[in-house]
Design a binder for this molecule. Structure first.
Ligand code: SAM
Length: 222
């Protein structure tokens, strides 16, 4: 997990309030701790879960699956609604672990794992098809293409894929606080540009919540 932007004692306090997770989520968390994998963690998992319960999306697209932790939270949050979750993962080993986790989950049948590079997969998905897009690829090292940071490309894809009235959740928008520096570089510069565009986009209304590494919530205007 990235360094939290909130003081560690506050993070510990928030974590101490959380009820125990179900055995599968607890197992995926423990594995991520051991392997130092960048999953959202329980406090943000619960935040995503609550947003999904409030918004009640039917089709969810997640960019960045890792071993399936956040997808499992979203699937549990939409239990009984018939909602589907599609999630994309580039790393073959992580995708294998995610697929095994989905097989163990009572919600696994509603989750589709798309293996490969999101930059190649997203252009093939139908415009306006999703009620909720969770972008967890901002700190990934996909790099630039034609001088456009990958973060900006993910924003353009996400807006195209969302239906009017849909919600885009973007993780790691504070990038450990580096986006607030005078002249961020590398990944932080790409995320700072993403944030600028997110807030200025004519089709989006955005708020930034400083939970964990920063989550932006954007509504695609109807
Ligand atoms: C922050 S992690 C996702 C964590 C996950 N959402 C969770 O909380 O359980 C980002 C994941 O995206 C994957 N990834 C990086 N670049 C990618 C790309 N271009 N396309 C698809 N997946 C990518 C990484 O291998 C990594 O597992």
């Amino acid at each position: 997990m990235p360094d939290p932007i909130t003081a560690p004692y506050i993070e510990r306090y928030i974590d101490s309030l959380l009820p125990p997770r179900d055995p599968l989520l607890a197992e995926v968390e423990a594995h991520a701790r051991e392997q130092r994998l960048p999953i959202v963690g329980p406090a943000e998992g619960r935040f995503l879960s609550l947003l999904a319960q409030l918004y009640r999306p039917q089709r969810i697209l997640e960019l960045g699956c890792c071993t399936g932790y956040s997808a499992l939270w979203l699937a549990a949050a939409t239990e009984g609604t018939g909602a589907t979750i599609e999630t994309v993962e580039l790393d073959a080993q992580r995708a294998e672990v995610a697929a095994a986790n989905f097989r163990k989950s009572p919600h696994g049948e509603r989750i589709t794992l798309r293996r490969g590079n999101a930059l190649e997969i997203l252009p093939g998905l139908a415009a306006g098809a999703y009620d909720l897009v969770f972008n967890d690829l901002l700190r990934s090292g996909a790099g630039e293409s034609g001088g456009v940071p990958h973060q900006v490309q993910f924003l353009e894809h996400s807006v195209r894929l969302l239906k009017a009235g849909g919600v885009l959740l973007s993780d790691n928008v504070l990038c450990g606080g580096q986006v607030a520096e005078d002249a961020p570089t590398g990944t932080a510069a790409g995320i700072a540009e993403y944030n600028r565009r997110l807030f200025q986009h004519p089709d989006l209304e955005t708020a930034l919540v400083p939970v964990r590494d920063g989550v932006a919530i954007s509504l695609k205007r109807p």
